[in-house]
Design a protein around this ligand. Structure first.
Ligand SMILES: [Cu+2]
Length: 264
């Protein structure tokens, strides 16, 4: 959910008092692996406010893997913890990095199920099932396959080789079924390596774009700038988790990351 600025927020400890939304993120070092680039790929897994650049503390994910050619591989052992922060944050936060090698042609969909994150400001847990697709050596095959997560965005637009200004279309699934009129939050990753200039939002409403899916769970968004774009479809889980002896609701997000390039 978009962060509401609570009047009590200042009284509470370690709150996100941001105008932006939380996003799980998997950001690869490149959206395309080619014979020129070589087979090596770095991945960074984060829990962030993408537009504002703020990091949140992230525990090790429960699941971190890749789907290629219909086969899933576990990448959890490849993850290692690092610390980082945005320029205007005071302390460092944990995020996770991995290196992998893409040897065979085709699409590689990386996916993550994070450890539930307790958010006191919203009195709930947050679990963002996060995906990103990297194409290897030009064989365009596999990007439109679901991973089979509790909730996920399945792209209807091929999610790489996109120019800025292109329309990204996707379908929101929950338990494999389309989610009608799902709310989807969209944010630009200000720390995208190819962002020429940090964007400061002129008002809170510009930080997170909000769109809804249609009756078939399909949504569209035209991405106005080169870099990484995050799409996050949120709903409440039909299960709860315990926090200090009480059962609490769980916000589940289907998050998908897409890269665009300036047309020049
Ligand atoms: Cu936050």
């Amino acid at each position: 959910m978009i962060r509401l600025l609570l009047s009590t927020a200042a009284l509470l400890f370690v709150l996100c008092t941001s105008a932006g939304a939380h996003f799980g993120a998997i950001i690869p070092s490149s959206p395309l692996v080619t014979s020129d680039s070589g087979p090596f790929l770095k991945l960074a897994a984060k829990f962030i406010h993408p537009m504002e650049g703020h990091y949140m503390e992230m525990a090790g994910p429960r699941v971190f893997g890749v789907l290629h050619d219909g086969v899933k591989a576990d990448l959890l052992p490849a993850l290692s913890a690092v610390r980082g922060k945005s320029a205007d944050q005071e302390e460092d936060f944990t995020f996770w990095v991995a290196e992998t090698t893409l040897k065979r042609p085709g699409d590689y969909t990386f996916y993550m199920e994070p450890t539930p994150y307790w958010e006191p400001a919203e009195d709930l847990f947050i679990v963002h099932y996060t995906k990103v697709c990297v194409n290897a050596y030009g064989l365009q095959q596999g990007w439109d396959e679901p991973v089979g997560l509790e909730t996920e965005i399945v792209p209807l637009t091929r999610p790489y080789g996109l120019w800025s200004g292109n329309l990204f279309s996707g379908r929101v699934l929950r338990d494999g079924q389309p989610v009608p009129f799902a709310e989807i939050e969209v944010e630009y990753l200000n720390e995208s390596p190819d962002n020429p200039q940090w964007i400061t939002a002129p008002a809170d409403a510009f930080v997170t774009q909000v769109i809804k899916s249609d009756a078939d769970g399909v949504f569209h968004y035209a991405m106005p700038r080169a870099g990484w774009w995050g799409f996050s479809a949120l709903s409440l889980a039909d299960w709860t988790l315990e926090h200090e002896g009480e059962q609490k609701e769980v916000e589940i997000g289907a998050v998908y990351w897409v890269h665009t390039r300036e047309m020049k």
